[in-house]
Ligand binder design. Structure first.
Ligand code: MGD
Ligand code: MGD
Ligand code: MO
Length: 763
């Protein structure tokens, strides 16, 4: 079956003059949306104070995404969605003891995710005893004692799991992993397992470091920027500023995406008067409308066209001196590219060879190229292959380890990268464990622990009994929503460090504890006085973050203090770590990090410098830390793109009005959708072919081997997606994601590539 897209499936120049697309992302709409929400949630004065200090040198890091702060900062250095994340945290609403007296857990479970978080900040520690229907207030000491009791009752520390979401600071994360390892387990899954794990694995094998190699300055030097499987207009809005600036000085921009995301088509800078009122800058020069899951074929197609150009103009397309001196595996890669036929590449990618050749011409015409990507690349069975095909393409022309060029995975949570750097991982390196053990005088466990998917399976099978969550919403963000809910619901005990109530807090454990913590924007005062924490952005810059607002309640504790309190209660005399002293003065924690984690020398001084400091990485200067010191081409088989008759390839997306599982509204302004998130986007001709009308309700079934999963009553929307592709929202669609379906090599759930069938709902 030929599945090449017709119409929508072809690549081609972006059409900035299409009236429907004339409206830019950003602009006045974005400013109004941000300010009205912050005034409503935080009050005018608090809102103004908080926004004026976000991402400033003496302020706090935005709790939104991990996009870095520029050296020259504007008076306002935030975006619409950062302002929303802040307003959400700094709201004046409270889910207090009275609230939990009024609402039983079963009644709360009947409410939507959006409603749960809208009830406001958690302000007292809470306990739900075994068999009870309500959470009730509990003292901090009693809460810690219950957690300690649950851990002591276990036959083995490996029956406990310590999950981390990526908003946690370096300081809290470091203590948390130390606590888990002193207890005796490496069960430290994190949201990264569901996010950029494919990037970490793919880059690690290819260039010796699991992180990107570019900094913000490189965006000022690049001649072309590829944006692959990423929607910066909604999820990294400040990146659009960098793209707009690049565009204005003549850089070319290519987007690879099944959707024509508005921010990539047109952008108006909210801080420029022209930007507030005008039509904005067209961003993408070329849009390649790849089929869902078609990126390996697409990237190989571009490479094939690059090799064709090299045939015709020898030495013009490939950087031979770089290939010889710095890489391995080029010949095998070239053979794989040669072996792939244009027909297979067009079918696999859904993009015509003409469009792929145009992308190759643009690529070859640029001296320095950056490739950015996010979840559209990583959350596939072939997520690692996708990442490595991006690197292969960059290596062809030496676009690694020189100014203005390189791979750039754009991270999600604001400190997801830092948490990994300081030890949150279920697969720690022996070198890290050796240093950790030496610093704190203990023998850390060596066996690898559970990642996110293995955690769900362990709870399902009764091998895990206790769940700790440092932030996040594990049950809702995870694959296989129903299975995960049942698995977690059956465990003995769960404890969550959180700012807001969510479904995981209500589902997990026969007994559970909620420990309310300070948010990023709030002042944190400990024994030694006011404290700040530190975070690492997407480009390996470590910098400080210090809250400015009064805390939501005097009863709140910092994440650092909570982790230290838990560790002290659970480990008692078994631990010689001075937990209380560390929590009293975060400089003491940073001294320890400095001695355990490479790259942090002089941490306390350098983190106080206005722009923080950059963690070293050999790949930035072509010192590849692979076993042979070279960058590696990695060859992958072309994925089989065939879909059985009647099936669609479903991807899951974030809207413009959510932060992961936190839903701000039912609208998705940039995509022109409103009022309903239980929707499935399909090509108009597919609707017609299936005999469906726009607005009708359908049932979705996902197919994985002989397993099926179902969701009912989704509304069909005709949308500009490639033929036989479909899109729905995260997390509404998570019940369709099979826990067993994950990326080869990284075990990231295949949230962006589900095989589904669609049927009109019965009623
Ligand atoms: N406001 C806001 N900001 C956020 C978040 C948020 O929820 N809200 N989440 C944060 C987090 S944790 C993360 S990881 C990032 C996520 O940032 P993104 O990765 O931008 O988020 P997604 O909505 O998952 O969408 C990915 C993009 O991939 C495209 N896509 C889907 N399938 C494919 C495919 O097969 N191939 C290609 N090439 N593209 C595909 C989609 O159309 C979409 O444009 O954002 C972070 N920032
Ligand atoms: N279908 C589908 N599923 C996905 C994805 C997808 O694209 N599609 N994306 C995946 C990705 S990329 C990610 S990163 C995961 C996200 O998974 P998680 O990180 O687990 O989920 P979040 O929704 O970010 O977590 C929100 C909760 O964090 C808590 N919180 C907020 N701020 C703080 C704080 O400062 N401290 C503490 N302690 N708690 C806080 C609040 O209680 C809030 O309810 O989801 C994954 N799931
Ligand atoms: Mo993420």
């Amino acid at each position: 079956m030929d599945e090449r897209g017709t119409g929508g499936g072809q690549g081609g120049a972006a059409r900035p003059d299409d009236p429907a697309e004339r409206k830019p992302a950003g602009g006045l709409e974005a400013v109004i949306s941000a300010l009205s929400r912050s005034a409503r949630e935080m009050g005018l004065r608090r809102g103004a104070l908080a926004l004026s200090r976000m991402n400033q040198r003496h302020g706090f890091d935005c709790p939104g995404c991990a996009w870095p702060d520029p050296e020259r900062r504007g008076a306002v250095e935030f975006c619409e969605n950062g302002a929303k994340a802040l307003a959400h945290e700094a709201t004046t609403r409270r889910a207090d003891a009275e609230f939990f007296r009024a609402w039983s857990v079963p009644r709360l479970l009947a409410q939507s995710d959006q409603w749960l978080e809208q009830q406001g900040r958690l302000v007292v520690p809470l306990w739900r005893p075994v068999g009870a229907d309500h959470y009730e207030p509990i003292s901090w000491d009693a809460a810690f004692a219950r957690c300690a009791g649950a851990l002591t009752a276990l036959a083995s520390p490996d029956q406990a799991v310590f999950y981390t979401s990526g908003r946690t600071s370096n300081e809290a994360a470091f203590l948390y992993q130390l606590f888990a390892r002193q207890l005796g387990t490496n069960n430290l899954p994190d949201c990264s397992n569901m996010c950029h794990e494919s990037s970490g694995v793919g880059l690690g094998e290819a260039i010796g470091v699991g992180k990107g190699t570019v900094g913000l300055r490189d965006f000022e030097l690049a001649d072309a920027i590829f944006v692959i499987g990423q929607n910066p207009g909604s999820n990294h809005p400040r990146m659009l500023t960098a793209l707009q600036a690049a565009k204005r000085r003549g850089a070319r921009i290519v987007s690879v995406n099944p959707l024509r995301e508005r921010g990539l088509v047109r952008f108006a800078h909210p801080q420029e008067l022209g930007g507030l009122l005008g039509a904005g800058t067209p961003i993408a020069d070329l849009h390649l409308q790849v089929r869902v899951g078609g990126d390996v074929a697409l990237l190989r197609g571009i490479a094939k066209a690059v090799l064709e150009i090299e045939e015709q103009r020898h030495g013009r397309a490939l950087d031979w001196s770089f290939l010889h001196a710095f890489t391995r595996g080029f010949e095998a890669y070239r053979a794989a590219v040669d072996a792939a036929s244009w027909e297979a590449l067009e079918t696999g990618s859904g993009v015509s060879r003409e469009a792929l050749r145009a992308a190759a011409e643009l690529y070859v015409g640029a001296d320095r190229v950056i490739a950015c990507w996010a979840m559209g690349v990583t959350q596939h069975r072939h997520g690692v292959a996708n990442v490595q095909e991006i690197v292969n393409l960059l290596l062809l022309r030496g676009n690694v380890g020189v100014p203005g060029a390189g791979p750039c995975p754009v991270r999600g949570h604001s400190n997801v990268q830092g948490d990994r750097t300081v030890g949150i991982t279920e697969r720690p390196s022996p070198a890290f464990l050796a240093r950790l053990g030496a610093e704190f005088g203990f023998e850390p466990p060596r066996e690898h622990g559970l990642d996110t998917v293995a955690t769900i399976e362990a709870f399902r099978d009764g091998r895990a009994r206790v769940f700790f969550g440092l932030g996040g919403n594990f049950a809702v963000a995870s694959p296989d929503a129903e299975l995960t809910a049942t698995a977690l619901g059956g465990c003995d005990f769960a404890a969550h460090v959180a700012t807001k109530l969510n479904r995981t807090h209500l589902l997990a454990g026969r007994e559970s504890i909620l420990l309310p913590c300070l948010g990023r924007s709030e002042r944190d005062v400990q024994a030694a006085g006011p404290q700040f924490v530190s975070v690492e952005d997407s480009m390996s810059v470590v910098h400080r973050s210090e809250g400015v607002l009064g805390p939501a309640s005097e009863a709140l504790r910092s994440e650092v203090a909570i982790v230290a309190g838990l560790a002290e209660a659970a480990l008692g005399a078994r631990s010689s770590v001075p937990w209380r002293e560390l929590a009293g003065d975060y400089d003491r924690i940073r001294e320890r990090i400095e001695r355990v984690v490479p790259g942090f020398h002089d941490y306390n001084r350098r983190v106080r410098e206005p722009s923080g400091f950059v963690l070293p990485s050999g790949a930035r200067t072509r010192h590849f830390e692979t076993p042979d010191g070279r960058a590696h081409f990695r060859v992958h088989a072309l994925p089989d793109s065939a879909l059985p008759e009647g099936r669609f390839r479903l991807t899951t997306l974030r809207s413009h009005d959510q932060f992961n599982t936190t839903i701000y509204s039912q609208d998705d302004r940039y995509r022109g959708l409103s009022g309903d998130r239980r929707v499935v986007l399909l090509h108009a001709e597919d609707l017609a072919a299936e005999g469906l009308r726009e607005g009708e309700r359908v049932d979705l079934t996902s197919h994985f081997g002989d397993e099926t999963r179902h969701l009912r009553g989704f509304r069909v929307v005709a949308y500009d997606v490639p033929r036989r592709c479909a899109a729905a929202y995260f997390p509404e669609a998570n019940a369709l994601v099979p826990v067993g379906s994950c990326a080869e090599g990284s075990r990231t759930p295949t949230y962006k590539s589900l095989e589904i069938s669609i049927r009109r709902s019965a009623d």
